[in-house]
Design a protein around this ligand. Structure first.
Ligand SMILES: O=C(O)[C@H](O)COP(=O)(O)O
Length: 206
């Protein structure tokens, strides 16, 4: 039996708009971000998707995105599980700094390595590998069993917690994952086979 896993990065946050490293800080969605999340709900509703359960992080931007999507598909009261394992990568000492200011201070290349490499942590923060070390076990033990039972599962989370998840799901290398970029509020629908291999992947851009 094949199940469905829908991954969505939260809509634009106030700190995305201001170009600040966010990590575990908790800014709200912007107006645009609310709109992106509602649009994602509408696109999933148009596909006739109904969820069995939803997962999100402990951060407001992901939780509000999750709720907008559930409202959009007519499932406002669906069982929604919040867990810190799905939080954004901890950006450590970079949290709250402007990304362009960081490039000026440390250089374009160093900042790119901190943002996109697999195993180089930003100062005081998590590498993508560190993030994966909490995301992946949570996915394997808590989320995936639902999908493998044939259920339809929503995960509303963050750019890097989802990059870590996608890396493991798709079997990407540390080199491959550097190129993975997730847009805010754009759902990715995976159909998984019963043996957890990927039957199909669709990026839902409206
Ligand atoms: O935490 C952040 O700053 C963003 O959500 C993701 O940042 P990134 O684009 O640098 O990975």
């Amino acid at each position: 039996m094949s199940g469905t896993l829908v991954l969505v990065r939260h809509g634009q946050s106030e700190w995305n708009l201001q170009n600040l490293f966010t990590g575990w800080r908790d800014p709200a969605l912007t107006e645009q971000g609310h709109g992106e999340a509602k649009k994602a709900g509408g696109l999933l509703a148009a596909k006739g998707l109904k969820f069995d359960i939803a997962y999100t992080s402990e951060l407001t931007r992901a939780q509000v995105t999750c709720q907008h999507i559930l409202d959009g598909v007519g499932q406002s009261d669906l069982n929604t599980v919040k867990n810190l394992a799905l939080n954004e990568r901890d950006y450590g000492d970079l949290s709250g700094l402007n990304k362009d200011d960081a490039r000026t201070k440390w250089g374009e290349e160093q900042v790119h390595v901190w943002r996109r490499s697999y195993d180089v942590p930003p100062p005081g923060g998590e590498s993508l590998r560190d993030t994966g070390a909490r995301v992946w076990p949570y996915y394997m033990h808590v989320i995936q069993p639902h999908v493998l039972r044939g259920e339809t599962v929503l995960v509303a989370a963050h750019g890097n917690s989802l990059r870590a998840l996608i890396m493991a799901l798709e079997g990407l290398s540390g080199e491959d994952v550097i190129k993975v970029e997730l847009n805010t509020g754009v759902p990715i629908i995976y159909k998984l086979n019963a043996d957890s291999t990927i039957a199909s992947k669709e990026v839902v851009e409206g």
